[in-house]
Design a protein around this ligand. Structure first.
Ligand SMILES: O=P(O)(O)OC[C@H]1O[C@H](OP(=O)(O)OP(=O)(O)O)[C@H](O)[C@@H]1O
Ligand SMILES: NC(=O)CC[C@H](N)C(=O)O
Ligand SMILES: [Mg+2]
Length: 561
């Protein structure tokens, strides 16, 4: 998953980079590997800074000050194609036609044929293995076909319509045309999110923002958030806003995993509050847990979430069951999200660095025996013999987190650990922008629920049903006809995903394949962890970047004070 941003300020000299940088940090949870900003200043000139690393590592005040102009595009990256080399950090840029900058969230599934087309027919050089660079070049090639000295909105719609026929997969995109404006579009199935908001100015005009999630609009003072519709393109310039549905017949199928894990709870995606949907996941799962407690004579004393993402649903589940909710795992706030870290070794190491079990909650058997309302009395009791805990998870994917935290809970004294997951078992590859290309890396692949429990060391695992997961989201917007649930069902909404493609993807992107590709000279440093920062020296600028310019000269040019 990646985060994308576009900002158009009415003031052409306005500090777009400052706001984009702020906004990117609000999307950091969508990608921790690389980030970048390109702005457009006077005479349509682009200013770029991108590199591997988190937003706070790549952008210091000086880096932001060198990005001039009143409009720009930003990106945080979680790679799903190509490599994690900083040359694949986004936004991408092509100079012809007109000068285009491009940021993409999602993943294309027909890159083999696109690559051939770009080489043999369009004669465009693709310099990386990134699918996003191909997508940009398809767009550029379609614009080129107009042959015009200056293009208009109609030409841009035609180019994107063509792209929607040529490109298969998931793509939410933001593009910027030099001296023209910002364009956002979403694939015909609307698999990945992107929305728009605006800010009224004193003169009646408006600044425009595009972002992957609505939290950006809330936190940055923009209003009137609305989703870009599936298959829709929106173009904003300083004088106009134009929008068009370019692929109206496709089935709308946003990815349900955004609600389970990816998006921030304070975002609203496609009219559904992520927070409310997670509460509903907890409520519906509580019914299954209650049934199992009765049928299997299971007694649960306490519900413990695996922070962060599962907290909302875990609290709701605990309340539904009348059980105490306790924060038994403390999270190190300086370690990023582990699931989106590259490589299994890094993910495993970081679960323990990130989460620590509090012995107080796990070994003090007289503390948390039954339900919350009797806590004080019970805490005075001597050792009880009921020590079943329920560890609540939003999802079990590779099982990395589950295995480690179950062991931690047991090491801390819990006798039995049950795991409830608000998503069903994940048994299939993701091809639309989540880096789960190889089913053999998924703990539930080819395993029954009992076998998953054994594999992660749990005494019992309870999965949400797919029907209840869909109901948790759909009850808040029944206009969404269906969701992309491919990781649970193996059904891919775009078509074009057969066994041969999945085998190819797995060869290309499994952890094993990536390990072979990875450069060996430097030890990998987990995103969000202490380690060598990428800093200004590793950033990629454009020919007119300020890299190497002395402080004195920057001050003379008015870039820094
Ligand atoms: O089964 P696994 O392969 O281990 O993956 C699933 C876990 O990874 C995610 O946590 P993550 O640390 O990425 O982020 P969070 O702090 O937002 O929960 C997710 O919330 C699960 O806890
Ligand atoms: N997660 C994503 O959206 C990734 C975007 C793009 N496929 C890349 O690898 O850079
Ligand atoms: Mg988690």
């Amino acid at each position: 998953m990646c985060g994308i941003l576009g900002l158009l300020l009415q003031n052409p000299d306005g500090p777009a980079a400052t706001e984009i940088c702020e906004a990117l940090s609000l999307l950091q949870h969508r990608g921790q590997d690389a980030c970048g900003i390109v702005t457009c200043g006077a005479k349509g000139r682009f200013y770029q800074c991108k590199a591997n690393g988190m937003v706070r590592d790549v952008f210091d005040a000086k880096a932001v000050a060198t990005l001039l102009g009143g409009m720009g595009v930003g990106h945080v990256r979680y790679p799903t194609a190509g490599s994690s080399a900083h040359s694949e950090a986004q936004p991408f840029y092509v100079n012809s036609p007109y000068g285009i900058v491009f940021a993409h969230n999602g993943n294309l599934i027909n890159t083999t044929s696109l690559k051939h087309f770009l080489d043999a027919d369009a004669h465009r050089h693709i310099n990386t293995d990134s699918d996003s660079e191909m997508l940009l070049n398809i767009f550029a090639n379609n614009l080129q076909k107009t042959g015009k000295f200056r293009i208009n909105e109609e030409d841009i719609f035609t180019a994107i319509q063509g792209l929607m026929v040529q490109c298969r997969g998931a793509y939410a995109c933001v593009a910027m045309l030099a001296g023209f404006g910002i364009i956002a579009f979403r694939d015909p199935n609307g698999i990945r999110p992107v929305g728009m908001a605006s800010r009224a100015l004193a003169d009646g005009k408006r600044d425009y923002l595009f972002a992957s999630e609505s939290v950006v609009a809330d936190a940055c003072g923009f209003a009137d958030w609305e989703d870009v519709q599936p298959g829709e393109a929106i173009i904003v310039t300083r004088n106009s806003l134009s929008r068009r549905r370019l692929a109206p017949d496709a089935t709308f199928a946003p990815d349900i995993f955004e609600y389970v894990y990816f998006a921030r709870p304070d975002s609203v995606l496609d009219g559904v509050s992520v927070y409310r949907s997670r509460m509903a996941m907890g409520q519906l799962l509580a019914e299954d847990v209650r049934r199992i407690m009765v049928e299997e004579q299971v007694r649960i004393d306490v519900v413990i979430p695996v922070p962060d993402t599962s907290r909302v649903a875990a609290l709701e589940l605990a309340q539904q069951l009348g059980l105490p909710y306790r924060e038994g795992f403390v999270k190190n706030r300086y370690v990023g999200r582990t699931f989106i870290m590259p490589g299994q070794q890094m993910r495993r190491q970081n679960v323990r660095r990130k989460l620590n079990a509090m012995a107080l909650e796990f070994s003090g058997k007289n503390v948390l025996l039954v339900d919350g309302k009797d806590m004080l009395t019970l805490s005075k009791q001597k050792k009880g013999n009921k020590t079943e805990r329920i560890c609540y998870k939003d999802s079990i994917v590779r099982g990395t987190t589950s295995k480690e935290i179950i062991q931690m809970a047991k090491d801390a004294g819990a006798k039995k650990v049950l795991v409830a997951s608000c998503a069903p078992p994940i048994r299939h590859s993701n091809v639309y922008g989540i880096d789960m290309p190889s089913p053999t890396e998924l703990v539930a692949h080819g395993r029954t629920t009992e076998e998953v429990a054994a594999a992660i060391g749990a005494d019992r695992v309870i999965f949400q049903t797919i029907e209840n997961l869909v109901a948790s989201v759909r009850q808040f917007n029944s206009a969404i006809p269906t969701f992309d649930c491919s990781v649970f069902t193996g059904e891919y909404i775009t078509g074009g995903v057969d066994d041969a493609y999945l085998a190819h993807l797995s060869r290309l992107r499994s952890d094993n394949a990536k390990r072979k590709e990875a450069p060996t000279e430097a030890a990998p440093v987990a995103p969000g962890c202490a380690g060598p920062l990428n800093g200004a020296d590793d950033t990629i600028g454009l020919y007119n970047s300020w890299k190497g310019t002395s402080e004195k000269e920057l001050a003379e040019r008015g870039v820094v004070a």
